[in-house]
Write a protein that binds this ligand. Structure first.
Ligand SMILES: [Zn+2]
Length: 315
């Protein structure tokens, strides 16, 4: 089974996880959904790091390396060409401010690409394709590492778990192929010549079907998150937006009017406005006005300077 097939299986089954999280009350927008698919996709490619020509150890680091080198050297090239005047001089001035962080990102990408190349070469040379890397045991270790990496980078740890989910989906799908994965349950069972792991692998098919169903039911939620109006932020001197103030206001709303809080378009982005020494946080939410009709209403929570709720208005 090749890389694109593994990505497709992983992306389809991600719907199952996202729908479960959405049903549990987690806010799922397009950004979360895409980040989740990327995490599962990466996990779905990762086990083939033990194959010399696989996407994860060859084409992906190749692409990352190219982008990294461009980010590293484009600022230098533009600077040199702008010093001679002409059309590039104007271009350089325009993008100069933006390019400040490019070399740093370029360096990071080049480092990631080199690490992937080296790990792939090491694993391919030491273990060979479909060896220990294609086992639940190593997948579990990789998942723990992914969760730790997320924690270190300040990314929500569940993206690390999604990486592990992608790894599992890869193994299940590989187990159903002609050669199977007799090593799947290593070190508990090695090798399984009875074909038990092959039958087990077919579990990936219902997971994909449930995942697609999950995506189907999620579409409504996701398009609602896209349709949410961009927040109009009224800049106020001394008011730091995006600080716990908005979170605190949301907390008050959840306590006072939980059903309204649940129907918010976008819990994290209220319209913030100063009212004297108070601060007002306004959200839009969906109100069911009849069996088949809904209207969009607003709710405003006003907090005093100590974060205490002064009023809750639903005009
Ligand atoms: Zn594989």
């Amino acid at each position: 089974m090749n890389g694109p097939e593994h990505i497709a299986i992983g992306a389809a089954s991600t719907g199952l996880v996202l729908y479960g999280m959405s049903a549990a009350g987690a806010p799922i927008g397009w950004t979360t959904a895409l980040a989740a698919v990327a995490s599962v996709g990466l996990g779905s490619l990762a086990p083939d790091i033990d194959h010399p020509r696989a996407i994860i150890g060859y084409r992906l680091p190749g692409g990352i390396l190219s982008i990294g080198l461009i980010l590293l050297f484009l600022p230098v090239l533009l600077r040199v060409s702008s010093s001679s005047g002409g059309m590039f001089a104007g271009v350089f001035v325009q993008v100069q401010a933006m390019m400040g962080a490019w070399p740093a990102w370029g360096g990071i990408l080049v480092a990631i690409a080199v690490i992937l190349f080296l790990v792939s070469a090491g694993v391919t040379g030491s273990f060979g394709h479909r060896g220990p890397v294609h086992t639940f045991a190593v997948g579990g270790v990789a998942t723990v590492v992914a969760v730790i990496v997320c924690a270190v980078l300040g990314i929500a740890p569940w993206y690390g778990l999604l990486f592990g989910f992608g790894w599992v989906m890869h193994l299940l799908a590989d187990a159903t192929t002609h050669d199977g994965l007799p090593s799947l349950l290593w070190p508990a069972v090695w090798p399984d010549s009875a074909g038990g792991t092959r039958a087990f692998g077919f579990l990936y098919i219902p997971l994909v079907l449930f995942g697609l169903t999950g995506w189907f039911f999620l579409t409504g939620t996701l398009s609602a998150s896209t349709a949410s109006p961009a927040s109009v932020v009224v800049a106020t001197p001394g008011l730091v937006l995006g600080t716990p103030n908005s979170g605190l206001a949301l907390e008050h709303l959840r306590e006072t009017a939980p059903s309204v809080a649940k129907s918010l378009f976008s819990a994290g982005m209220p319209v913030v406005a100063a009212r004297g020494s108070y601060t007002a946080y306004t959200w839009q939410y969906i109100h069911r006005s009849g069996p088949s009709s809904v209207v969009v209403k607003t709710v405003t929570v006003t907090l005093d300077s100590l974060g205490r709720m002064v009023s809750l208005d639903q005009p």
